[in-house]
Ligand binder design. Structure first.
Ligand code: PFF
Length: 452
């Protein structure tokens, strides 16, 4: 049974789709998380395993998710129902769309809070704020987390920017925003990498990221890299499915997916090189974890010539990346409201944004006033992160692999992908066997606490 009869928007061309999908994929995950995870998980070992995971698991799944979106031509729930109906499967598969859409909203609620930290640091950089010692850097971050009003302010501003774009529509909002922000992002990234080369110790950064020491590959590193490949490609949350649903029939899904995976990886690597070249130049610790860009890097900014300007560009870069990803987290549910309940897009976007904003406020409070409310020992912010990244995303990704690999039927999948027969067989088998096994490993490892 088809759910969406209204005419749907279509991206202006194949490059628009590539750009928005790269926009969704390249986010805090690539610029904030990738470098600090590489820094704390054995450097090059993590990078190598991450690349393999992107190729073996991320890429096949990306293609599968886009295929469902395009064939189903609807919001994630409608797309799943349409494809399941067409291929003679039960409508229970529609639940997968729900898990994705709701998961995306949950992620957005705290993603926006972290993006708010970046806005705060951008303002700090603009006003010439500097930290000279590790203690000062730590204190300034702790002061931010301890102040719910400040967190809420930046979170509110960030959310307004997200909703403002999504409310304008698929082509005149999302596509235009990405067409402006993504080229700026690439330009800033190249500039910062070159700057890091001149002002920092690029050779140490290079060795740290690319001298592959096979002995450093441990199960923890493998699982962390696999989980991260997943998050950084925006898989399993309906975002890619929603974007895929606006893709025209003639564009090659395999080709565009390759571009997206390659660009996301390249951004992570360049950001890592820029960050580590400064980290090493000033004798700082690459393995400082989540505080790498907010606590370690500001110390480098303090010491380097022109550090303040570098900081402004750097936080702008992170902000643009976060912005385009957050947009893709809001779109799936908004598209459902507009298509299923015929709600006017701006109303749908602002009301969904309001609900997400409220939940985000609770995350802001979870660092201070509400820190004593615990869910399995975690504050709300960490609990939401755990629930989405470690449970909902892998489960949803696994279900997509099973649906496309085992339920949809080879003929329908082949018709959507239009690959040469050998390439298709290779991809299909990877999706049927390697992807489910890989994801199950990540999932079990998170649940059983094998990795931190
Ligand atoms: N890929 C984004 C990042 O790396 O920051 C995060 C993300 C966006 C996850 C959209 C999931 C999603 F649906």
């Amino acid at each position: 049974m088809s759910q969406s009869a209204a005419p749907r928007s279509t991206w202006s061309n194949r490059w628009a789709f590539i750009l928005v999908t790269i926009g969704s994929s390249v986010g805090l995950g690539n610029i904030w998380k990738f470098p600090y995870m590489a820094g704390s998980q054995g450097g090059s070992a993590f990078v190598l395993v991450y690349l393999v995971c992107v190729l073996l698991i991320g890429l096949p799944l990306l293609m599968a998710e886009i295929s469902i979106g395009r064939r189903g031509k609807g919001n994630p729930v409608a797309a799943m129902l349409n494809v399941a109906g067409e291929t003679g499967n039960t409508s229970w598969w529609g639940l997968l769309g729900w898990v994705g859409m709701l998961g995306a909203l949950l992620i957005l609620s705290f993603y926006s809070v972290v993006s708010g930290w970046i806005v705060d640091y951008l303002f700090k950089a603009l006003t010439g704020f500097q930290v000279a010692t590790p203690e000062a850097a730590q204190q300034s971050f702790a002061a931010l987390l301890g102040n719910p009003y400040q967190l809420a302010l930046w979170h509110s501003i960030f959310m307004a920017f997200i909703v403002g774009v999504v409310a304008r529509g698929v082509v005149s909002g999302i596509e235009i925003a990405n067409k402006v922000l993504m080229p700026c992002l690439f330009l800033i990234l190249v500039l910062l990498t070159l700057w890091g080369w001149v002002a920092g110790d690029m050779s140490a950064a290079w060795h740290f990221m690319f001298d592959f020491k096979f002995s450093a590959i441990t199960p923890t590193v493998v699982l962390a890299a696999l989980g991260h490949a997943f998050f950084s490609l925006s898989l399993g949350m309906g975002a890619i499915m929603a974007y895929g649903s606006y893709l025209d029939k003639n564009t090659s899904i395999a080709n565009t997916s390759l571009w997206v995976a390659a660009a996301g990886t390249l951004v992570g690597i360049l950001a890592g090189l820029a960050i580590f070249s400064l980290t090493f130049q000033y004798g700082l610790q690459p393995g400082s974890g989540a505080g790498l860009i907010l606590q370690t890097l500001p110390l480098a900014f303090f010491h380097m010539p022109g550090g303040n300007l570098f900081a402004v560009f750097f936080f702008l870069l992170v902000l643009f990346a976060a912005w385009t990803s957050a947009i893709s987290l809001l779109e799936p549910f908004v598209s459902w409201l507009t298509e299923r309940l015929s709600i006017h897009r701006p109303t749908a976007a602002w009301s969904t944004g309001l609900a997400v904003w409220l939940l985000g406020l609770a995350s802001c409070l979870s660092f201070n006033e509400w820190n004593h409310y615990r869910f399995f020992g975690l504050n709300l912010f960490d609990a939401l992160d755990y629930l989405t990244s470690r449970i909902m995303m892998p489960l949803s990704g696994l279900t997509i692999a099973i649906f496309v690999g085992w339920a949809m039927g080879r003929a329908a999948v082949a018709d959507e992908l239009r690959l040469k027969s050998r390439a298709f067989t290779l991809w299909f088998n990877v999706l049927r066997y390697i992807v489910p096994v890989g994801i199950s490993l990540v999932f079990l490892s998170s649940i059983l606490g094998w990795v931190e």
